[in-house]
Design a protein around this ligand. Structure first.
Ligand code: NAP
Length: 366
């Protein structure tokens, strides 16, 4: 029997709750709007010994066609409060707030720190998990606190930024403590001047639109325009946006690999821009995908590459999770054959036990 005070629904389709729009149903499903809902859900799943899967904005997941066993918990806590601190602002946002609404609010208040992260789908709770970043900003630089429910104890815990083990598109919530904490709120400390963006696409837009001394609002306009051009702003009418965003993380390669890629770039007439970072050189995954022969708009059944950005795998219409994963594995294999680099999938692949292509996607090549 289902607990009366909790009331999870059964057999709830999950595809409509994701930007990619694939996947089956949740055996049990609860939309949590309070902290109490989350704690009750943890107990409910624990008492029954069933798995609990947390879903946020659904922008970075591929859900198995067979659906998910156990309880799927959609974190839908809302609210965003602000207070001033010195010249800056502290924003306390609940995990279920739509991310771009929080960015837009910060820009409206005229404070800096999130403006380059405009137009990213999903909700606040997912941002510390993968240390969301774009165009030279990362949430780890402005997060002052992460609040979460510890699934082991059911208690509320808080982490300072130094406790989160943030790295490039990663954190403890994605690595050592994967699955342990359910983020309920994130606090951001914002202020200072706008990020002078060094990213060519954004800088060019600002230059072309004569925003010579850009405000945070100018930077937001620029980032939104660039993202739209790449099909990276969710739009129901644009099939290129029916995706989980970039499907692969931009890899860091060694100096020797970078030199080998440079030689290939010269042969292919496709200049490579590799950025020096700790541990090597960051290479655009989109460049590697094109070097392997995949063009924007490439199709394999109902799955395809966006015609605007080959790094996004899209649901052309009626795709299965199997088709999406099949194409991703095909691309990953092509890149390994052409350049020896093992791309890492960025979205979480949920379920898919027994799917060899999904297992291959998780392999690191080490
Ligand atoms: P892009 O702007 O063409 O950049 C491709 C690669 O070049 C990225 O690895 C980027 O580093 C690097 N890069 C470009 N200009 C740079 C500069 N001036 N200094 C240092 N590194 C530079 O890539 P895109 O695929 O269209 O993505 C646009 C932005 O959105 C990128 O910043 C990307 O990382 C970000 N993004 C983030 C997520 C996420 O957080 N989950 C998902 C998708 C895209 P960085 O990756 O360090 O920016």
């Amino acid at each position: 029997m289902v607990a009366v005070d909790l009331g999870p629904q059964s057999h709830v389709p999950l595809a409509p709750l994701t930007t990619l729009g694939v996947g089956g149903a949740a055996r049990w499903f609860l939309r949590a709007v309070t902290l109490h809902d989350i704690q009750a859900a943890v107990r409910w799943a624990g008492d029954r010994g069933v798995p609990l899967t947390v879903l946020g904005g659904g922008s970075n997941v591929v859900i198995a066609d067979e659906g998910l066993e156990g309880l799927v918990l959609q974190v839908a806590l809302r609210g965003c409060e602000r207070r001033t601190q010195g010249d800056g602002l502290i924003l306390d946002a609940a995990a279920g707030e739509p991310w771009d609404a929080v960015v837009a609010a910060s820009v409206g208040y005229g404070v800096a720190g999130l403006e380059c992260l405009s137009g990213i789908p999903g909700s606040v709770g997912g941002t510390p998990v993968q240390n969301v970043g774009a165009y030279g900003q990362e949430v780890s630089r402005v997060i002052t606190r992460v609040t979460a429910v510890d699934r082991l104890t059911g208690r509320v815990v808080q982490f300072g930024p130094g406790d989160c083990a943030f790295g490039y598109r990663t954190s403890r919530f994605k690595t050592t403590d994967r699955g342990r904490y359910i983020v309920t709120a994130v606090q951001f400390g914002l202020g200072g001047g706008p990020a002078g963006t060094s990213y060519p696409d954004v800088a060019t837009w600002l230059h072309d639109h004569r925003r010579d001394v850009p405000t945070v609002a100018d930077v937001r306009d620029a980032v939104l325009a660039v993202r739209r051009r790449k099909g990276m702003v969710v739009d129901a009418a644009d099939v290129d946006t029916h995706s989980a965003g970039s499907f692969f993380v931009n890899p860091v390669v060694s100096a020797a690999q970078r030199d080998a890629l440079d030689a290939r770039a010269a042969e292919a007439g496709k200049p490579l821009v590799a950025h020096p970072v700790e541990g090597g050189f960051k290479v655009p995954a989109a460049w590697l995908i094109q070097l392997a022969g995949f063009r924007p708009g490439y199709r394999m059944g109902q799955a395809g590459l966006s015609s605007k950005h080959p790094l996004a795998i899209i649901n052309v219409g009626g795709a299965s999770a199997r088709a999406i994963i099949g194409l991703a594995a095909h691309v990953k294999r092509g890149v390994i054959e052409s350049s020896g680099v093992w791309l890492q999938a960025e979205p979480e692949v949920l379920g898919c036990e027994g799917n060899d292509e999904a297992a291959f996607l998780r392999q690191t090549g080490e």
